[in-house]
Design a protein around this ligand. Structure first.
Ligand code: MLT
Length: 309
C-alpha cells in the first residue's frame, strides 16, 4: 500500500510499515506540501500539528486515514465523508498518558514546582516562601468525562479528592454509573466551575466547544482555583485567561494545548509565574506511542490485505 506518514509515530511501528509498504514521510509539513506528497497515496497516518483539508483529501487514490491518537479537529470531516474515505482512530492508549500529565500540571501548580526549581537554581533557598496546597481533600472538576476525563477523575479519587464533572448529554443512567466510581456528575458545567478547586478540561474541539471557557466562565471559578487545559487550545479563550490571571481572579493555569502550536509559537501566558506550559505532549509517553504504533500497523496491514493494496 502507498502510505504517507504526516506526523511522528513510534519508530518501531514506522520501520514495520516501511518493511511491508511503500512509505513516504513528511513530518509536520505544510498543507500544500502534504497535498503534493499525498497525490499518489492510498493512506495517510497523522496526529495533531498538521492540517488535512480539502487540498490533501482530494488525492485521487486516497482510501484510508489513520489518526494515530484521538482528536479530529485538524481534519476536514466534510470532505472525508463526501469522498467516502475510511477513517480509523486509535484513541485508547493515550488516555492514561494524558491523565498522568494532567496530574503533573495539577501538582506543579499546587506546589509551585517551576518557581521552586528556578529559585533553587538561582541559589535561593525559598523554603517558607512558596505557598502550597494538598490535592487531597480538594474538589477536582472535570469538564468532559470521556475516556481521558474519566481516567483523570479516577486518579483524582485515588488522590483523595472529591471529584465532580459534567458531560455533553447527562442522563440518570450515566449519573449512576459515575456515582458507582465515586464521581459526581453535575447537570451543568457552570456548577462544576463554581465548586472546583482544580478544573481540568477534556473535551474535543468542535463548534460547540470552541471558546467554551471564556471570561464569563472564568468569572464563575473561585479566585483560589487552578485551571488545566489538556483538550485543545481553542476550547479556552487565552486572552480571557490572561486577564483573569493578571487581575488575580484565578490562582494559576496549566496548558498542554494552545491556540498557536508548533515551533516558534509563543504563548501569551508565558510571562506569568503561576502558569505551567507544555508543548502538546499529553499522549507522548513511550508506552502510549508504542501501543498506538502497534495499532496503526494492524490497521494499515488489515486494510491493505482486505483491499489488495
Ligand atoms: C490526540 O488527540 O491524540 C493528541 O492530541 C495526541 C497527538 O496527536 O499528538
Amino acid at each position: 500500500m502507498r502510505l504517507l506518514i504526516a506526523s511522528q509515530i513510534d519508530g518501531g511501528a514506522e520501520a514495520e510499515l516501511r518493511s511491508r509498504h511503500d512509505v513516504v514521510s513528511r513530518i509536520g509539513a505544510s498543507e500544500p506540501d502534504l497535498a503534493e506528497a499525498a497525490r499518489d497515496r492510498h493512506a495517510i497516518v497523522f496526529r495533531s500539528g498538521v492540517s488535512l483539508g480539502a487540498p490533501v483529501l482530494h488525492a485521487p487514490d486516497l482510501r484510508l486515514l489513520v489518526r494515530a491518537g484521538s482528536g479530529l479537529d485538524n481534519l476536514d470531516m466534510q470532505t472525508v465523508s463526501a469522498r467516502g474515505i475510511e477513517l480509523r482512530r486509535v484513541p485508547g492508549p493515550g488516555a492514561q498518558a494524558v491523565a498522568e500529565l494532567t496530574f503533573a500540571h495539577l501538582l506543579a501548580l499546587a506546589r509551585q514546582l517551576p518557581r521552586a526549581d528556578r529559585l533553587l537554581r538561582e541559589g535561593h533557598w525559598a523554603k517558607g516562601e512558596l505557598d502550597a496546597y494538598n490535592l487531597h481533600g480538594k474538589t477536582l472538576g472535570v469538564i468532559g468525562l470521556g475516556s481521558i476525563g474519566s481516567r483523570v477523575a479516577e486518579l483524582g479519587r485515588a488522590w483523595g479528592m472529591r471529584v465532580i464533572g459534567c458531560v455533553d448529554r447527562p442522563s440518570d443512567p450515566r449519573r449512576l454509573e459515575f456515582a458507582r466510581r465515586g464521581i459526581e456528575l453535575l447537570a451543568d458545567c457552570g456548577d462544576v466551575l463554581e465548586q472546583a478547586d482544580f478544573v481540568t478540561i477534556h473535551v474535543p474541539l468542535v463548534p460547540s466547544t470552541r471558546g467554551l471557557i471564556g471570561s464569563a466562565e472564568l468569572a464563575r471559578m473561585k479566585p483560589t482555583a487552578f485551571l488545566v487545559n489538556m483538550a485543545r487550545g481553542g476550547v479556552v479563550d487565552e486572552g480571557a485567561l490572561l486577564t483573569a490571571l493578571t487581575e488575580g481572579r484565578l490562582a494559576g493555569a496549566g496548558l498542554d494545548t494552545h491556540v498557536r502550536e508548533g515551533e516558534g509559537a509563543d504563548s501569551p501566558l508565558a510571562s506569568l509565574p503561576n502558569v505551567t506550559l507544555t508543548p502538546h505532549i499529553g499522549a507522548a509517553t513511550i508506552a502510549a506511542q508504542r501501543e498506538i504504533g502497534r495499532q496503526v500497523v494492524a490497521i494499515v496491514d488489515g486494510f491493505s490485505r482486505e483491499h489488495s493494496l
